[in-house]
Write a protein that binds this ligand. Structure first.
Ligand code: XIL
Length: 318
């Protein structure tokens, strides 16, 4: 059996979002399969500095030390976001907010100096189909130029990291246009953000042609691509009722969908730097609680025992 990182060594890194629990349960699997790791929550602002000056690096340290021991490079997720970032960060006006963001970045750079790629600001585009910037707390506190200022700051503090503008719903043309516009605006005075992060929270009916169109548009606009949070839900967005979809029929559809999107990813191996799964096994997926609370889902390549599913072979055998 070929591991994911072996199968893709000539294409791009294959990553996973992990946390101390999933590492405890599936450390061997993670160590052997993946060539990039992301903290699922542990590097978010609220995990690192829940109260001003009170740093809680414990969770991030566990993941970082595991990655070091296993010689796996890490992505950083995320320096600033409208969620999982305490509101005190934004209090007291532009200069106060920027000073706090800067000291947060310096703390992260000091403790985790070799992160290869940072999601600097997460989910910056509004959901209103205009592709405009989200009126996030950072936008309100710092002003409409906040992305330029914050990304420039990150470029100074993390000079060796690939900086990413990361968002979801990138298969929607309006949202994608907004992401590209925002990234170009950040780069108006120099090359700061090189990469668009497509989260890749899709479902098992995802159309590979949509994925191809998305990546080629981003590449044509001059940006590199990472798929940063890939999972394929067994439910459509509006379906909220629990139902057992760990059946042969759904497993086959999951495999077909993963096989077809990875074929597209391979076509773009020259623009994609990494494809990261959002979780290791079905049991550790956030989709067991989102968007419908406590409903089981089966969106990943490994089952709840860590055994490779049909989808795993669809991805690794080509
Ligand atoms: C999710 C985590 O997986 C959950 O454990 C947490 O409760 C909420 O955040 N987009 C992102 C990720 O950028 O940070 C989110 O992660 C999933 C959606």
């Amino acid at each position: 059996m070929k591991t994911l990182k072996e199968a893709y060594s000539r294409y791009f890194r294959i990553g996973a979002a992990v946390n101390p629990r999933s590492l405890e349960r599936f450390g061997d699997l993670v160590g052997s399969q993946f060539s990039s790791l992301t903290c699922e929550n542990e590097m978010k602002f609220a995990s690192i500095e829940p109260k001003p000056g009170e740093y809680t690096f414990g969770g991030a340290d566990i993941v970082y030390d595991f990655a070091k021991r296993n010689d796996i490079p890490m992505r950083g997720h995320t320096l600033l976001w409208h969620a999982q970032t305490p509101m005190w960060v934004y209090e007291g006006g532009r200069d106060a907010a920027l000073a706090r963001i800067k000291s947060h970045m310096l703390a992260m750079a000091g403790r985790y100096p070799d992160i290869w790629s940072w999601d600097v600001v997460n989910e910056t585009i509004a959901d209103d189909k205009t592709g405009a910037l989200r009126r996030s707390p950072a936008y309100e506190a710092i002003g409409p130029d906040y992305l330029r200022v914050v990304y420039r700051m990150a470029a100074e503090i993390f000079p060796n990291a690939q900086l990413v503008l990361n968002d979801y719903n990138e298969l929607s043309p309006e949202k994608r246009a907004g992401m590209i516009r925002a990234a170009k605006d950040i780069n108006a005075e120099g090359n700061i953000v090189s990469t668009i992060g497509m989260q890749g929270h899709w479902n098992i009916w995802v159309d590979p042609d949509d994925v191809r169109r998305c990546i080629s548009e981003i590449a044509e606009a001059g940006f590199r691509v990472q798929v940063t949070e890939l999972d394929l839900s067994c439910f459509k967005w509006d379906e909220r009722e629990p139902e057992d979809r760990d059946t042969p029929e759904y497993r086959a559809q999951l495999a077909k969908a993963y096989g077809s999107i990875f074929a597209v990813f391979r076509e773009f191996a020259d623009v994609i730097d990494a494809v990261t799964f959002w979780g290791v096994d079905d049991g550790s997926s956030w989709l067991n609680g989102f968007p419908a609370g406590r409903r089981p889902n089966w969106p990943l390549l490994f089952d709840r025992e860590g055994k490779p599913k049909e989808a795993y072979y669809a991805v690794t055998e080509f």
